[in-house]
Design a protein around this ligand. Structure first.
Ligand code: PMP
Length: 297
């Protein structure tokens, strides 16, 4: 990976020069909260749904007990602009905005969180880039135990176990059920089904992250008069779909083939939402939602 400049602990430094102590709670216990934010390069740079990412990061900071708030949108954009220039970024990229503990302390640490804002290269998905998936036995962490709505590093170990399971079963990715046996989400992405032209996705009480892309997809379909149902989905129903796709800031729209289903081709509504989402993130349509923030260099 290229050694980009990042903004860490109030300074621009090379990524290779940014460290956390090995005995910090972040290194030992995955204590951090973060966002992954996409920037799309067209004739200008467009940050997708920045305010929503900042809002969610504030929620995560609060829940994890870090006594701080995110920087302002204006301050964030100023740093990102500087990072574009320092790193000569002239294509799509992603930004990690992370709060962590860089002092030696215990897992209960709340003191002196610091943040970094780090860009890394991330190209947009291609439409035919489908992934295989399997329904995992590994259960999604429960909101009663470890809130899946918080983007905390340690939460991702749940996804790691499920991913190991999926890979052993010959699939690229897992889809996890929640504690009640209903479909929840994948690792780092939400799940949508299409059945008889209707769009169905697990409701927010299914131990999922309140995904910003999921919200975008629901709004796009609804605006175009498709019926979208947010509800519980049983295992049986999961296998009776016509189409499955995942969505997330990183995953964008990713078509899914279940490994035990043979007659797969990417479905019409998956293709449709792929194109509409692309239009939305690059500020070509859905302008009334104000989803994109333009950065001119
Ligand atoms: N679920 C999990 C567990 C995730 O990490 C992500 C990625 N942030 C998503 C869903 C998708 O969320 P978003 O659309 O906000 O990126």
């Amino acid at each position: 990976m290229k050694d980009y400049f990042i903004f860490y602990n109030n300074k621009f430094v090379k990524q290779s020069e940014a460290f956390v102590p090995v005995l910090s709670a972040t290194s030992q216990f995955g204590l951090n909260v973060f966002e992954g934010i996409r920037v799309y390069k067209e004739e200008s740079y467009y940050v997708f749904r920045l305010e929503d990412h900042l809002k969610r990061l504030n929620k995560s900071l609060n829940k994890i007990g870090f006594d701080t708030e995110v920087i302002s949108k204006k301050a964030f954009l100023k740093i990102v602009k500087e990072l574009i220039i320092l790193n000569n970024l002239d294509t799509d990229f992603s930004i990690r905005y992370t709060y962590l503990i860089n002092e030696i302390d215990s897992w209960s640490s709340k003191k002196n969180p610091v943040f970094f804002i780090a860009p890394y290269k991330r190209e947009r998905n291609s439409e035919n880039n489908y992934r295989t998936a399997v329904l995992a036995e590994t259960t999604r962490i429960s909101s009663l135990a470890m809130d899946p709505k918080i983007k905390c590093g340690a939460n991702y170990i749940n996804g790691r176990y499920a991913l190991i399971e999926a890979n052993l079963k010959g699939a690229d990715l897992p889809v996890l059920k929640n504690k009640n046996g209903f479909i929840s989400e994948s690792t780092g992405a939400c799940v949508f089904l299409v059945k008889n032209g209707d769009v169905i996705t697990p409701s927010l009480d299914c131990d999922i992250l309140e995904s910003i892309t999921r919200d975008t997809v629901i709004k796009i379909f609804s605006e175009n008069d498709y019926k979208v149902e947010e509800r519980h989905i049983s295992e049986k129903e999961f296998f009776q779909n016509d189409e499955i796709f995942l969505c997330g800031s990183a995953a964008e729209i990713t078509p899914i083939k279940l490994i035990n289903k043979n007659d797969f081709e990417i479905g019409d509504l998956t293709k449709y939402i792929f194109q509409e989402y692309r239009q939305a993130v690059t500020a070509k349509s859905y302008k009334n939602y104000d989803w994109t923030t333009k950065i001119d260099i």
